[in-house]
Ligand binder design. Structure first.
Ligand code: COA
Length: 381
């Protein structure tokens, strides 16, 4: 029951809306597992491709199975001409500053037109569609950035993994090994997070037995909001506005006095350290040390100290991913699309699970409006 006496769980907090074996978040312990495997093990020992297999199949792959998945992903990497035309057209016609999340969502929606298998919701066909989507997300995001900067679109190299390929296609040159490793782990860390807003959205759409592109297009819309995936770009803007570690204290006090939120802090489920932040904090620090400038890490660390003291709020996955990406010279507005490059694996896993044991998701609303309102003819109102 909330403050007003309503039985509605505002924002569905604490409501268990699905059974799932894909991932679990223990907010009290700060624990995250994918199919039973602890995120700390995955972040230190696995690769994004292995995690994709794990999420889709419920267990870690044998070597031959992983090779097969990588082969299938590589075979689907290349962007079709329809996607390239669309991206170039959008970049030349859309207003300057158009959010790449809007373009990514539009391209995914459009690609549905060209996937003849999309209405076959059997597991085998759905895995093939999921493979195509997961393989193409990085190429689409990189192509959007290249096209909007009037640069040539670079096709992926089949021998590279998703993280390395993405940086290669984005920058037009082979990335630094450490940068590629950091991105690979960042993709692992953001791959799934139980019934977060975008995954729940994907499941609601899958529950109608709509095709996977519809589910993913809707999920992309949900992810774009600043309270969800958009928070990583928002916090980087805050870091840039602060600009110096000595200004953090004043900035936070001023923001909190105006009831403004500091993005990248707080979480709907975690009441203790978000285990994803543990790794991204480490990477932000190391990236700063390697690049010879720890300023962005230092400002985030100071924010962490003050937010804990003032509001007892802790950093979430976005707090340190922002400065890490910034130091990798990734444009700010690509942080959320990169989140999508990762989360496509979790979305598709949940869509597969929903298709396999489907029930239309149709909750009720507590009606709080008036009743018996007479219909007054328009001229008498
Ligand atoms: N900065 C400042 N205050 C914050 C805050 C933040 N990042 N997050 C929560 N709060 C405050 C709220 O203002 C509210 O204060 P009040 O009770 O005085 O009104 C209180 O904490 C509860 O906030 P609420 O948004 O209702 O909590 P929640 O559990 O629903 O929020 C989030 C979870 C993630 C939506 C919220 O912490 C947030 O907006 N964080 C910033 C966005 C972000 O980083 N999102 C990515 C999540 S992975």
């Amino acid at each position: 029951m909330d403050k007003s006496g309503s039985a509605v769980a505002t924002g569905l907090r604490g409501v268990v809306a699905a059974s799932s074996s894909i991932g679990d978040v223990n907010g009290e312990k700060g624990e995250l597992i994918y199919q039973g495997v602890n995120i700390h093990d995955l972040a230190t020992k696995s690769t994004f491709e292995e995690v994709v297999f794990l999420l889709w199949n419920g267990r870690l792959p044998k070597r031959a199975e992983l090779d097969e998945l990588k082969k299938n992903l590589a075979a689907a990497y290349e962007l079709q001409w329809q996607a390239i035309e669309l991206i170039k057209g959008m970049c030349s016609r859309a207003p300057k500053g158009t959010d790449p999340m809007d373009m990514l969502r539009t391209v995914i929606s459009a690609l549905a037109l060209f996937d003849e298998e999309k209405r076959d919701l059997s597991r085998d066909a759905s895995i093939r569609v999921a493979t195509r989507l997961t393989a193409r997300f990085p190429a689409i995001v990189a192509a959007i950035d290249r096209a909007r900067n009037d640069l040539e679109i670079i096709q992926p190299k089949p021998e590279l993994g998703i993280a390395t390929n993405f940086l290669y296609m984005l920058k037009g040159e082979m990335p630094d090994e450490f940068d590629a490793h950091v991105l690979d782990v960042a993709l692992i860390l953001q791959a799934d997070h139980e019934l977060n807003a975008s995954t729940f959205t994907a499941r609601v759409v899958a529950g109608t037995l709509a095709d996977m592109y519809s589910c993913v297009t809707a999920a992309l819309g949900a992810l774009s909001g600043p309270l969800h995936g958009g928070a990583n770009t928002a916090i980087m803007k805050i870091l840039l506005e602060i600009g110096d570690v000595d200004r953090v204290e004043d900035y936070v006090k001023n923001a909190l006095s105006k009831k403004k939120k500091i993005m990248g802090f707080g979480h709907a489920v975690y009441k203790t350290e978000d285990p994803r932040a543990t790794h991204l904090r480490r990477f932000s620090k190391e990236m700063g040390e390697r690049k010879g400038n720890t300023k962005w890490y230092d400002i985030t660390a100071k924010l962490e100290e003050i937010m804990k003291r003032e509001k007892n709020l802790l950093p979430n996955v976005d707090a340190y991913s922002a400065s890490t990406y910034y130091m990798m010279e990734i444009p700010l507005d690509l942080y959320t699309p990169i989140f999508a490059v990762s989360r496509i694996s979790g979305w598709t896993a949940h869509i597969l699970e929903q298709y396999a044991d489907n029930k239309l998701i149709r909750p009720r609303a507590e009606y709080v409006g008036p009743r018996n309102v007479p219909y007054v003819p328009i001229d008498e109102r």
